[in-house]
Design a protein around this ligand. Structure first.
Ligand SMILES: Nc1ncnc2c1ncn2[C@@H]1O[C@H](COP(=O)(O)OP(=O)(O)O)[C@@H](O)[C@H]1O
Ligand SMILES: [Mg+2]
Length: 253
């Protein structure tokens, strides 16, 4: 059976998730289907705020044309692969789906696993920090480096889920700053071990080109008012807002 036949057989049945794994010729692979981005009121508010402030963190990235955006993702994955970035290999791309090679375990899941030692987690996050910094130093970015879209596989870090498109909205420089802030926020938001967070941030900032680090710190200075507001009501903040406060605290001082 060809890969296409195998996938079409699977798709004949309704699927619960838009990305799911299957085994083909004894190998685990992933199928990704087009999906409608969930646009809600906040996206409209952000869109207006972004127009006024041109703040990179507010850049709207909701998927409005699912098939086109899946197609774009396939092209982007092939391009990044050709540049030597660790991303899933595109095994097959059609209008209906992408078939991708397996890239292991998302870091959001790995971080919670009890059967992985602290030392191993520490090494994996060190690798994450240097890999992302080197991507940024090479003028490339992920668009939304959340821990669920970064995986670990056989000693390497892989990036996936490139559907958010910032091209034409932000300059490369702005997109890199946005990436860095989202990454730092993700660490504070999702990693339970404070020592691991600090170590990862230290390696990331030490590996980053000094100009990018300086730009990042300058950008954070613009949020000083927000920082002090968050500080005042820290006790009643939710997890996301607490992580924003910690991100700004790290970058401003
Ligand atoms: N090639 C892959 N290797 C390993 N896991 C994958 C792969 N593709 C998708 N996944 C898993 O499926 C999840 C959803 O896929 P993703 O591309 O992030 O789509 P979505 O836009 O729905 O977030 C990922 O967070 C990851 O856990
Ligand atoms: Mg995802």
């Amino acid at each position: 059976m060809t890969l296409q036949q195998h996938i079409e057989q699977l798709l004949a049945q309704p699927q619960k998730n838009r990305a799911f794994s299957t085994t083909y010729n004894g190998e685990k692979i992933w199928i990704k289907l087009p999906a409608m981005g969930e646009s809600n009121m906040w996206h409209s508010v952000l869109k207006i705020l972004f127009k006024i402030t041109h703040n990179p963190l507010l850049a709207p990235t909701v998927v409005t044309n699912p098939k086109q955006s899946l197609k774009d993702e396939g092209l982007k994955l092939k391009h990044l692969d050709s540049l030597g970035i660790n991303v899933p290999k595109v095994l097959l791309a059609t209008d209906e789906y992408l078939a991708l090679s397996d890239c292991g375990t998302p870091l959001s899941i790995l971080i919670k696993k009890d059967n992985i030692t602290k030392e191993d987690k520490s090494q994996i996050f060190a690798k994450l920090a240097t890999t992302l910094a080197s991507m940024h130093n090479n003028q490339m970015y992920h668009s939304r480096p959340a821990l669920r879209d970064i995986t670990y596989h056989n000693g390497n870090i892989y990036f996936m889920d490139f559907e958010e498109n910032l091209e034409g909205i932000l300059t490369t420089e702005e997109a890199i700053l946005r990436d860095a802030m989202i990454f730092i926020h993700a660490l504070y938001r999702k990693v339970p071990d404070e020592k691991l967070i600090n170590q990862t941030l230290l390696i990331y900032t030490n590996s980053l080109h000094p100009n990018i680090l300086q730009n990042l710190k300058n950008e954070a200075q613009k949020y000083k008012i927000l920082y002090f507001l968050l500080q005042i009501c820290y006790k009643i903040l939710g997890k996301d807002a607490k992580a924003i406060f910690k991100t700004l605290n790290f970058l401003i001082f």
